[in-house]
Structures are given as C-alpha cells and as structure tokens.
Design a protein around this ligand. Sequence first.
Ligand code: NAG
Length: 282
Amino acid sequence: MAVFKKCLVFLLVLLTAFALQIIFFSPISPDILELPLTSPSASVPPSNNQLQKVIKLGEGLLEGPEDVAVDEDGALYTATRGGWIRRLHRNGSWEDWKKFESNTLLGIATPKRDGLIVCDADKGLLKFTDDGVTVLASHVGGSEIRFADDAIEASDGSIYFSVASTKYGLHDWTLDLLEAKPHGQILKYDPSTQHTSILLDGLYFANGVALSKDEDFLLLCETFRFRCLKYWLKGESKGKTEVFVENLPSGPDNINLAPDGSFWIALIQFLKAWSLCIPPRH
Ligand SMILES: *[C@@H]1O[C@H](CO)[C@@H](O)[C@H](O)[C@H]1NC(C)=O
C-alpha cells in the first residue's frame, strides 16, 4: 500500500511539473484553431493515380527544392536548401547557376525581364541575375522581414510575396502550427519607389501566392487553415478578400497559375502521427 501511495504522489508531482512547464515555460501561447465543417454537398475529387505517372526531375541531385519557375526560354529553376540555384535547360542538362550562402531559400518566381526572384527566410526578398544578387526587400514598416516564403511578379513589376510567420522562422515553423495564431502577411514591393508595404496582415501561415491570368486578383494559401484566399487587385471588389477554396484535404503549400487560367495547388503530406490527431476531412 505504501508503495502504491508513493507511486501516486510521484505521478502527481510529475503531472504537476508537466502542467507548470506547459503553462509557464512553453514557447507558444496557443489558440484553438476552428475550421469550418465540411458540407455534405462538398465535392470530393475522384481518386486517381495521376501523380504516380510523374517523371521526377533532378532526383538525387537536388537538396530540398522548395519551388520551381520557368523562364521565357523554357529553362526551369529551383532553389535548394544547400543554397544552390540550379537550372534545367530544355536539352535536359542541369546547370549550377548560382550559389548563395544560405540554407533558407524558399519560393521563387521568374520576372518578366531576366533573372530570378527568390524568397530567403533569413534575408527577405532577393533578386538574382547573371551579374549577381541584390536584396530587394529586407524591412517593412521598420521591422526585419523574416520568413519570406513565396513571391510572384505582376506585369507592372510589382512583386507580391508572403511572410509565413512574423513570430517563428523556418527552423521552428511547427510552433506556428501549434500556436494556431495568424502571424502571416502578404507584402508588396514597388519597383518604382523600391518601397515595401504590408498588403494583408493576420493570415494563418501565408504560404504560396499566385496571380490570376488577367492579374485582377491574387491568390494566397493559408496552410494551417486548409484554404486559399482571393484578394482582389482590380474591379469593383478591389481591396476585398474572400475565400477561394477551403476544406482542402491537407494544408496547401505553393500555388501556381496553369496555362488555362486554373490553379495548381500543392498539398503538404503531414506526418502520419499528425494526421491521427485530426479527424478525416471529407
Ligand atoms: C544545353 O543547353 C545549354 C543552354 O543553351 C547549354 O549551355 C549546354 O551546353 C547544353 N548542353 C548540352 C549537353 O547540349
């Protein structure tokens, strides 16, 4: 009996210590993430095996390629975690195009004129050309831009880019997920003034960005809300935000405009353990 009591006390102390640790020393102050319920009429895409037919490019050659972009000559670029920007020519040969001292390169975009726009989770918005690299934006409203995630250039040269989280970085992004608070932003870089401003604030892990074919709206994906938003740039609804797609089967990552005007959205494959914590979403 005494052993049992001791054991009980021990467990109680352990539990209390654990609770105190969480309450007082946790690096996060979480909110409850409320997701909309799926309506029974929500269309579930038919299952298919399209992705099993893909040809993998650069397998074994690329270290953590986050994004791809194609220039007007048809060359395909990707920025890798090793700091290399590699390009694949139409003849099938890979070229080590640029090396940058960074292991935090994320989303990229090909501008209308030469070069490549690259998001660096440490340094902000960069532009690479054959001549070298320039930092286009490192600060907004007096604070440093951290965790720039994805970018897209409009035909007037403006660059829209996302900041996944203003609180956490690439090394601890999972804490942003656990905290479930909206620390994300969409920024706009104006090439005529070289000024960067905040277009949208209070987003849940702002990830991929894309422009519509006519550039009348911007799409942005909020990974932890399993949805993408539409922000109107022109027309009657200019300046308004609405839901473009929600209740996605997983967290959306990058988004790209397809030639027919529709969009490709990449979904994150979360760890199995994480998927056990959320009920099936369809
Ligand atoms: C492929 O194309 C690139 C760019 O035009 C050129 O520099 C390279 O030498 C070509 N490689 C081969 C193997 O033909």
